[in-house]
Design a binder for this molecule. Sequence first.
Ligand SMILES: C[S@@+](CC[C@H](N)C(=O)[O-])C[C@H]1O[C@@H](n2cnc3c(N)ncnc32)[C@H](O)[C@@H]1O
Length: 212
Amino acid sequence: MNLIPENIEEYCVNHSTRISNLARNLMDYTRSNIHGSQMLIGEMEASLFTFLIQFGGVKKILELGTYTGFSSLIMAEALPDDGEIITIDINPHTTEIAKKYWAESPHSKKIKLILRPGPEALAEIHQEFDLIFIDADKNNYPHYLKWATEHLSQNGLIISDNTLWSGKVLQDGLDKQTDSIRKHNKEAFELEGFTKTLLPIRDGIFLITRNK
Ligand SMILES: C[S@@+](CC[C@H](N)C(=O)[O-])C[C@H]1O[C@@H](n2cnc3c(N)ncnc32)[C@H](O)[C@@H]1O
């Protein structure tokens, strides 16, 4: 669900840094051919991510939820030459499409895909990241958030997507996924030593960073 009126979002997108032709081709291909394309971060979030990565001098990114590789490509393009992104997903079909499009990008060398369930993959990653993007299975959001707070660099940023879940988070006991996102949001809000802001952009974007 998009909480911002379509014409307002379009105006914002038209006045923000635009996505590359390759990213646009990937987005268009996904929308025309792949089930679940509403899961793409889309152009509005893409410009925000690009902004945050450049402004924050981000070098190392961990992404949960690759899908067809749109957000990975956007982030890889925003990273410096020596930047890197590890992206995790369980779907071999959608990630094949991702790999096909990444291969056309000069930034593909920055992207490493791990094809495993998120919790399993994370259990074997022992390094810090400047940006951790949570956008995979909603039932694991609280787990992903905890892992992220333990693996965030000093100036790092956690971004959790879909944290308003079409507004369903306003209601307790609706379903398992909604309750899990509600738990994530409560735990994020209660984190000590962190600054948080939950933005009503697209389906809700939660930004979390350490206090300086
Ligand atoms: C919202 S989509 C990611 C969209 C992508 N970030 C983008 O904007 O281009 C969520 C992805 O999470 C993946 N996923 C679901 N359960 C998972 C799990 N247990 N571990 C890792 N990935 C999972 C799905 O296969 C799906 O591709």
